[in-house]
Ligand binder design. Structure first.
Ligand SMILES: [Zn+2]
Length: 371
């Protein structure tokens, strides 16, 4: 195992942060990149990273790693240190209101000016040529702020990984994941090992979140050059939502780390026989098929349906109780699907999104990501 440190730009006099990456296994084979808690207040993944580190150290000692596995347990030290009136604020940088999981460099845009003369009829060589171009372009970037330097440091660690796993969570959530539909055959085994309750296909959500910049660049390059040159999927990139913010337990961390180890064994990065693939309870669905349920009035939010279950149209998901007007409004689902995420606070404002259902039919367009 090798430990690397990556200094960030000092934002103020007397302050200096850095990232730490842990590198297990030999370089030259497949590369896997795993980070947790990019949204710094989403902490189930940080415990999974720590659990994975122990598993990988033992596997490395036993000589069972065939590829390099990079773990970045704390990719956002800026967000970890943000507090207001006793509350942790880990999703947006307080100085700029910038979401920590947006605005990464668009890798396709970086390589397109230089890649075409290097492409050939060999898909493997094209993959290497694109990665070379990515490395060169990322090396040319000059960040000016601490946040830009954090984003760039993460991209320099991950751009050439065959598998990228970005560990997040929802407010309250069932296990679910987001990926590029082009990658589903490669991701489906991971969804099975994780017991994912909703597997959502994002069609370029706009905003350059971390997992999408790794996968969509290959889709985009294929759309642009694919008729003349074979372009493979260079990165199997997945955002894994490890349930909800309060779901930080040793039992969950063991289970989730184990699912990732099984997946990496299945992919041949870890030597061994993977566990049989468990069934996938619910089919993958388009992100554009999700129905956000909104509260029509303000009041106390009382959920009536648990997380992670299938609901039919008309299912009563939650009540909003207005104690002043002695009024109760019930929020129902208009589609069938899995109730995969819920609001955490039990008070809602009028119009606020309080839960989300993964339906099979696309019903939304435009940018689908929340703020
Ligand atoms: Zn997140």
């Amino acid at each position: 195992m090798q430990t690397q440190t990556h200094p960030l730009i000092s934002p103020v006099l007397g302050t200096q942060r850095h990232l730490t990456s842990f590198h297990y296994g030999p370089a030259g084979g497949q590369k896997v990149y795993i980070q947790s808690s990019l949204h710094a207040d989403e902490l189930p993944g940080m415990l999974v990273s720590w659990t994975l580190r122990k598993r990988l150290a033992a596997l490395e000692t036993a000589g069972k790693l065939r590829g390099e596995i990079v773990i970045v347990p704390v990719p956002n030290p800026i967000g970890l240190n943000q507090r207001l009136l006793g509350h942790m604020l880990g999703r947006f940088e307080t100085g700029t209101a910038s979401n920590f999981n947006r605005s990464f460099h668009d890798l396709a845009a970086l390589v397109i000016p230089r890649i075409e003369p290097r492409l050939t009829g060999d898909a493997r060589l094209n993959l290497l040529a694109v990665r070379d171009a990515m490395r060169e372009a990322l090396a040319e970037q000059t960040p000016t702020t601490e946040l830009e330097s954090q984003r760039l440091a993460l991209q320099r660690l991950s751009y050439d990984a065959d598998v990228v796993l970005d560990l997040h969570c929802d407010f309250e959530g069932a296990m679910h994941l987001f990926t590029n539909p082009d990658l589903w055959p490669e991701v489906e085994p991971l969804a099975r090992y994780l017991d994912s309750k909703a597997s959502l296909f994002a069609l370029n959500s706009i905003g350059n979140p971390f997992d999408e910049i790794h996968s969509f660049c290959w889709s985009e390059l294929r759309a642009r050059y694919g008729e003349r040159y074979p372009i493979p999927n260079g990165s199997i990139s997945v955002t894994i939502e490890l349930r909800g913010q309060a779901d930080v337990t040793y039992a969950f961390a063991e289970r989730d780390a184990n699912a990732i180890v099984e997946y990496l064994t299945y992919r041949g990065v870890i030597n061994g026989t993977p566990a049989p693939l468990p069934p996938l309870e619910f089919d993958a669905t388009p992100f554009s098929g999700t129905e956000p349920l909104r509260a029509p009035i303000s009041g106390v939010l009382v959920f009536r349906t648990p997380i992670g279950v299938w609901v039919e149209p008309g299912q009563e998901i939650a009540d909003v109780v207005d104690p002043l007007a002695d009024r109760v409004v019930t929020i129902t689902s208009s589609i069938a699907g899995v109730l995969y995420a819920r609001q955490r606070a039990r008070f809602t404002t009028a119009g606020q999104e309080v839960a989300c259902i993964a339906g099979a039919k696309p019903i939304r367009g435009g940018s689908l990501l929340p703020n």
